[in-house]
Design a binder for this molecule. Structure first.
Ligand code: RIB
Length: 322
C-alpha cells in the first residue's frame, strides 16, 4: 500500500520496512559537568549515569521505535556489559540472531561528559569487542542483509567491515546509508557503494577535505562528495537542520527550535529515523524532516538511546507544524 507523502503509516503497510544495522554497541558512562574540562583539569560533575549506547545500537533503537523491522550485526564481549547490551536490544524488539559474543574482549564503552549549560558533549570511545566485527560475521548475516530495504552503518567498527558490507549490499540492490562517525577519510570506492552519506559538519570536513562551518561550505563539501560518487549527501548541522545535496543541487531542511538538554545521540536519532522513513517510501526531503523531528525530540532528554523518540511522539511533534 502506498505511503502518504509526508507521513508514515505502519498500520497500513503490508510488510514493515526492514533495516539492518552493521555497527557498534557501547555502554555509555555519563556525567554532566558545569563546563567541559580542559587538559589537566578536574571538574566536580553531576550524578553518574549508565545506559545503552554506541552509534550502531542507538540507530537500531531509533529505527525500531519508529516501527521498522530491525536486525543488528554487532560484536559484544562475554561480560556484564555484553549481557546488558543483549537484553536491551531484545527489549527494544531488535533482531539479535546475528549478535556475536567474543571471549576475552570487553564490550565497548563510551566515556561521555555533557556540558550542563549548553548540552554539548565530549566522548571517548573504547571500542573493545566492536573491533572484532569482521567480514566473516557479515557473511553469516548475509540473508538478513539481502532481505533488507536499507543497511545502515557507522564507523565505530573496522572500516574493512563497512567497506565489505557496503559493496555487497550495493551489488545486490540493497540501499546503503553510511553515517561516517567518528569521521575519517573514505575511499571513492566506498563512496560509490553508499546511497546516502550523513556526516555532521566535522565529519563532512574530514571526509571531503573542505572545512564546513555554514550552509555554503556544507554545500561545497556535499557537492564534492557527490562528485566522488555518493549520490546523496545529507550534512547534519545541529539546530540549523540539514542540507540535502545531490546531483540536482542543495536543499536546506530547517531544524526545529526546542529546549536543548543533551545533544548526545541526536545524530543517531536522526540516522535511525532517516532510514525508517526512507524504507517506508518517503522522499529524501520529507524523510530528512521526519528525522530532524526525531533528533529534536532526543535533545530535549538526557541520554542516548533512552532519549530516542517513539513514532507517536514524532507524529505528535510534527502535527500542526507547517
Ligand atoms: O552518538 C552517540 C554515541 O557515540 C554514544 O552513545 C556513544 O556510545 C558513542 O558511540
Amino acid at each position: 500500500m502506498p505511503v502518504e507523502r509526508g507521513s508514515l503509516n505502519p498500520g497500513t503497510a503490508e510488510r514493515r520496512p526492514r533495516i539492518t544495522i552493521v555497527g557498534s554497541f557501547m555502554t555509555d558512562l555519563m556525567s554532566r559537568s558545569p563546563h567541559l574540562p580542559v587538559p589537566g583539569e578536574t571538574v566536580m560533575g553531576g550524578p553518574f549515569q549508565m545506559g545503552p549506547g554506541g552509534k550502531g545500537a542507538n540507530q537500531a533503537v531509533a529505527a525500531a521505535r519508529l516501527g521498522s523491522d530491525v536486525n543488528i550485526l554487532v560484536s559484544l564481549g562475554k561480560d556484564q556489559f555484553g549481557d546488558f547490551a543483549y537484553n536491551n536490544l531484545l527489549r527494544e524488539g531488535i533482531g539479535v540472531e546475528f549478535v556475536k559474543r567474543v571471549e576475552g574482549m570487553s564490550t565497548g564503552a563510551a566515556l561521555i561528559i555533557v556540558d550542563d549549560a549548553k548540552g554539548e558533549n565530549m566522548i571517548v570511545v573504547a571500542p573493545g569487542s566492536n573491533s572484532a566485527l569482521g567480514a566473516d560475521d557479515v557473511d553469516k548475516g548475509i540473508q538478513v542483509i539481502l532481505d533488507s530495504d536499507y543497511v545502515l552503518m557507522q564507523l565505530e567498527i573496522p572500516l574493512e567491515t563497512v567497506e565489505y558490507t557496503a559493496k555487497l549490499a550495493h551489488a545486490s540492490g540493497v540501499k546503503v546509508i553510511l553515517n561516517p562517525a567518528p569521521g575519517r577519510p573514505l575511499s571513492d570506492e566506498l563512496l560509490r557503494a553508499v546511497d546516502v552519506l550523513t556526516p555532521n559538519e566535522t565529519e563532512a570536513s574530514i571526509v571531503s577535505g573542505i572545512t564546513v562551518t555554514d550552509l555554503a561550505t556544507a554545500e561545497l563539501a556535499g557537492k564534492a562528495l557527490v562528485r566522488r560518487g555518493c549520490p546523496t549527501v545529507i550534512v547534519t548541522m545541529g539546530g540549523l537542520g540539514v542540507l540535502v545535496v545531490d546531483a540536482n543541487g542543495a536543499q536546506h531542511v530547517p531544524g526545529f527550535k526546542v529546549d536543548v538538554v543533551d545533544t548526545t545521540g541526536a545524530g543517531d536519532a536522526f540516522n535511525g529515523a532517516l532510514a525508517a522513513a526512507l524504507a517506508e517510501g518517503l522522499g529524501m526531503r520529507d524523510a530528512a524532516r521526519w528525522a530532524c523531528a526525531a533528533a529534536a525530540i532526543s535533545v530535549t532528554r538526557i541520554g542516548t538511546s533512552v532519549a530516542t523518540a517513539h513514532r507517536d511522539e514524532v507524529e505528535a511533534f510534527l502535527a500542526g507544524r507547517p
